[in-house]
Design a protein around this ligand. Structure first.
Ligand SMILES: Nc1nc2c(ncn2[C@@H]2O[C@H](COP(=O)(O)OP(=O)(O)OP(=O)(O)O)[C@@H](O)[C@H]2O)c(=O)[nH]1
Length: 429
């Protein structure tokens, strides 16, 4: 999958808010009856809701993350409930708790970075087999050698690193660290909201485990919030899939259609199209064509004047200016046309791409680096006269775009007037 957006703090905002909210609620000495009942059922409800979303959107990875967290919650809740009701721990409480502390981060990290394969059933079976094998081995060892396993788990392997405030077995911390590093690397390689949520959810688990027996309802509250982070991330990904164009990162056609329904009585729409893109693709290949579309999208995204860019489809883009007149928009459209024209795109050859940044920068600076540039034509129309509906305004902008193409391309045309034919001097390329 292509990386279209850089890491963003906004990816972490919702999960961080949920983590903070969970920790604040978990610190309450007593919850009222409503919240106690709510948090009693929430983990199961979220597992079912998240599971349904995973089935709908074919998200195997997230379904196993939810399952891991829920299984740990379920096992620990049985013991926490008994402890709260009777004031004593069941015989295998300590062993179950230590095993969860070790296996939960390991399985969570593994499922988090395990790439989804196209064959969903095979993928699901492989993940289920791992969960089953780990579960069977853990239960078998716990039944046959409970004392030996307990002693192995609680052994302090690195006395110098032991501190009073560490409330889990020592082995749990490297397990969390490994999972954290894997998930951070995954996020840096593919900065997606779901990958950000997985990192924060892991931190939520690290916060949750030590409070299992010490704080009333902390297990229910924090596991609910962790599950909620994962469910929200699934919904967010589904939204992006439907509304965002994967190649350019711009909002796509569906988002444009939604936006067009909410425009007021005054607005301007512009259609922009890459010139001679077919022959560009034929000459340089589809991959270079994709790089060009990303470059054009990145220029259009920066349009001023309150405009917003959408990928209409193929090499066509739509610019929406709510509440603006055509005079207000023309300078911004002309600026973006010029910015595309003057941008020299350095061709990146995936096979010969330098492995490190320094060599990459040197290669980009080298005179021999291959450069290409493209131009765009723009047609623009305003809501007025005969063009009352957004569809009619788009059609008018399309006609203006056609005029711009006929006028020699690399220019801007306004529908229904001779204005705006800002023909630029031909550039030798
Ligand atoms: N690389 C790449 N090419 C695409 C994509 N979507 C559409 N295209 C190509 O865009 C080209 C569009 O060509 P045309 O519609 O014939 O127009 P044009 O060559 O740009 O010519 P004018 O618009 O008349 O300047 C086709 O060759 C499509 O295959 C895409 O996502 N990536």
């Amino acid at each position: 999958m292509s990386r279209t957006v850089p890491p963003r703090f906004s990816h972490f905002l919702a999960p961080l808010a949920l983590l903070l909210g969970g920790e604040v609620v978990a610190r309450q000495v007593a919850l009222n009856e409503f919240f106690t009942s709510l948090y009693n059922v929430l983990p199961t409800v979220l597992l079912l809701l998240g599971g349904a979303l995973c089935v709908m959107y074919g998200r195997i990875r997230e379904s196993f993350l939810l399952l891991c967290v829920y299984l740990a919650y379920f096992l620990l809740d049985t013991h926490a409930d008994h402890y709260r009701a009777h004031g004593t721990l069941l015989d295998d409480a300590a062993l179950t708790f230590h095993l969860c502390s070790l296996l939960l981060p390991l399985l969570y990290g593994l499922y988090g970075v395990w790439r989804e394969r196209s064959h969903l059933a095979q993928d699901g079976l492989a993940r289920a087999a791992v969960l089953f094998a780990v579960g069977v081995v853990a239960v078998a060892l716990a039944r046959r050698f409970p004392e030996a396993l307990h002693a192995w788990l609680v052994l302090i392997r690195w006395p110098a690193l032991q501190a009073d405030w560490l409330q889990l077995i020592q082995l749990a911390y490297p397990a969390f660290l490994v999972a954290l590093v894997l998930l951070i690397v995954q996020y840096l390689r593919q900065p997606r909201p779901s990958h950000a949520a997985q990192i924060i959810a892991l931190l939520g688990l690290l916060l949750m485990l030590p409070q299992t027996f010490s704080r009333h309802a902390a297990l229910n509250i924090l596991s609910s919030h962790v599950l909620l982070m994962l469910v929200v991330a699934i919904a967010h990904e589904a939204y992006l899939m439907a509304f965002r164009d994967e190649l350019t990162g711009l909002p796509g056609r569906r988002a444009l259609n939604e936006r067009l329904q909410r425009l007021g009585r005054q607005y301007v729409l512009a259609m922009a199209d890459v010139d001679h893109f077919k022959s560009f693709n034929d000459t340089h290949g589809h991959d270079v064509g994709d790089q060009v579309l990303k470059m054009v999208a990145s220029r259009l995204r920066k349009i001023g004047g309150g405009g917003r860019a959408y990928r209409y489809g193929g090499e066509e883009f739509t610019l929406v200016f709510p509440g603006r007149s055509i005079e207000e928009c023309l300078p911004h459209l002309e600026a973006v046309r010029q910015s595309v024209e003057s941008y020299a795109l350095q061709l990146r050859d995936a096979d010969n791409r330098p492995k490190d940044d320094r060599r990459g920068r040197m290669a980009r600076g080298a005179a021999s680096a291959k450069q290409v540039s493209v131009t765009i034509s723009i047609g623009v129309a305003e809501r007025q006269g005969e063009q009352r509906s957004p569809e009619e305004v788009i059609k008018a902008a399309d006609q203006a775009l056609y005029s711009a193409k006929k006028a020699g391309r690399n220019c801007l045309r306004v529908h229904g007037s001779g204005r705006g034919a800002v023909r630029m001097a031909e550039h030798s390329r």
